[in-house]
Design a protein around this ligand. Structure first.
Ligand SMILES: *Cc1c(COP(=O)(O)O)cnc(C)c1O
Length: 430
């Protein structure tokens, strides 16, 4: 790997104008050390930095790029759409076309509202839940991330955990109505709902957690949430911003056969452009303005370039794609485990289809507390070892590695070889 001379210079310039030099905290590499690499271009499974280093990318823009970087058909579709106008601030047919596509894949989303980020989707779903139920409290799970709206910034996972500020200052009032439960612990949710009987508007959950690293739902967890919320008139919100179109074309809800009242989407739904969406039962969604009184709006919502990219991406979610992704995901997971065993390093590999997290710990990871057992110093060493060998992992222990259609078996084999060498460096350090 060439020295990141240009990246270093650009980072210095960026820090003079952007807080921390970035527009989203985890990009700054703080928990793995070194400086963030500035990216010049990307194609397929590879990214290239401004110093000319090329990497097999496992960040994939943090999940959206299930078809790889800049597939040529997508680029053409966006260019064609741009020639017709980049934003109208008026309806275009693309919006209900993408809406119909979303509903065809996720039938519980009888009505869909497009926004521009996952944050907006989750924030708006919570507002709607409070309006519909006339209650204030929201149950969330430690280690789940639902974007950075105030009421969700408590034990928030993702970058918040990486930076050691899982609960942000500046949100004190909003989080007073947020009740925290342990992931995969149905009894904890039940106890909370009993203690705050009649006050809980919604339970929001990542049905497959991806923001404390990958943590799958325990047997019966999601179905149990459905039963206990239904009984109490509490809405169940699935935040499928990662799992939607990633775990399967129908999201986690189709895999586990559990139907939420509301679903939040983001990431893949925009094909690499900024799109989020929330939707669900028609009687709920018809409370959203202008159909109903719950206000929510967006100047660039339903943007024609973003809708075009989303349509392109969703039309290509074939069973074959998921089969290939799952195969390569398990190849990578097995490769990590094997590399660790070889080097004598304690590792737990959590994987779900094309999402994989190697946790540097000897005990199974099934919730936030057990995720926090992981040795972040070991991860940082692993990260730097991989980077030096042409692999670009997520710059944090508490994230998923994402595969795409562009990741071939050769890429995976190369990655496993790099992991074997990097694990030896971890073993020497611990
Ligand atoms: C990424 C993410 C969000 C936030 O989406 P943004 O587009 O970054 O605002 C919300 N929920 C989950 C589960 C996510 O992974």
């Amino acid at each position: 790997m060439k020295k990141p001379v240009r990246s270093r210079k650009l980072f210095e310039q960026a820090r003079q104008i952007l807080p921390g030099g970035v527009d989203s905290p985890v990009r700054a590499f703080q928990s793995v050390g070194g400086i963030p690499l500035f990216i010049k271009r990307a194609s397929g499974a590879t990214i290239e930095d401004v110093d000319g280093n090329r990497f097999i990318d496992y960040v994939m823009s943090w999940g959206p790029l299930i078809h790889g970087h800049a597939p040529s058909g997508l680029v053409k579709a966006i260019a064609k759409a741009a020639r017709l106008g980049t934003s109208f601030g008026a309806p275009s047919p693309l919006e209900h076309q993408l809406g119909e596509q979303v509903r065809a894949l996720v039938p519980s989303m009888e009505r869909v509202r497009f926004v521009s980020s996952g944050t907006e989707a989750a924030m708006s779903a919570a507002r709607l839940a409070r309006a519909f139920t006339g209650r204030d409290k929201i149950v969330k799970f430690a280690g789940c991330y639902h974007g950075h709206a105030d009421s969700f910034l408590v034990k928030a996972g993702s970058g918040a955990t990486t930076l050691g500020v899982p609960t942000s200052p500046g949100v004190a009032r909003a989080v007073a109505d947020t009740l925290l439960a342990r992931y995969n612990d149905l009894a904890a949710v039940e106890a909370l709902c009993n203690a705050h009987s009649g006050a809980v508007a919604a339970v929001i959950v990542e049905p497959i957690a991806g923001n404390m690293g990958v943590v799958a739902p325990a047997e019966g967890f999601l179905a149990g949430l459905r039963t206990l919320t239904e009984r109490r008139g509490i809405l169940l919100i699935f935040d499928e911003v990662i799992s939607g179109f990633r775990a399967s074309a129908g999201g986690a809800q189709s895999i586990f056969g559990v139907t939420p009242d509301l679903t939040c989407l983001g990431k893949i739904i925009g094909g690499g452009l900024p799109v989020g969406a929330y939707g669900g039962r028609a009687d709920l969604m018809d409370m959203v303005a202008p159909a109903g009184p719950v206000y929510q709006a967006g100047t660039l919502s339903g943007n024609p370039l973003a809708m075009t990219a989303g349509l392109w991406a969703l039309k290509r979610l074939t069973p074959r794609l998921y089969k290939d992704l799952a195969h390569r995901g398990s190849m990578l997971a097995a490769g990590f485990a094997d590399a660790a065993r070889h080097a004598g390093v304690n590792l737990q590999v959590n994987a779900f289809g094309s999402m994989v997290t190697p946790f540097f710990t000897s005990s199974p990871v099934r919730d936030y507390d057990t995720a926090l057992n992981a040795n972040t110093g070991a991860y940082a060493t692993f990260f730097r070892g991989m980077l030096s060998r042409g692999i670009y992992p997520p710059p944090s222990q508490f994230e998923a590695w994402f595969l795409s259609a562009a990741h071939t078996e050769r890429h995976i084999t190369q990655t496993i070889a790099a992991a074997r060498a990097s694990m030896k460096e971890v073993a020497r350090q611990i």
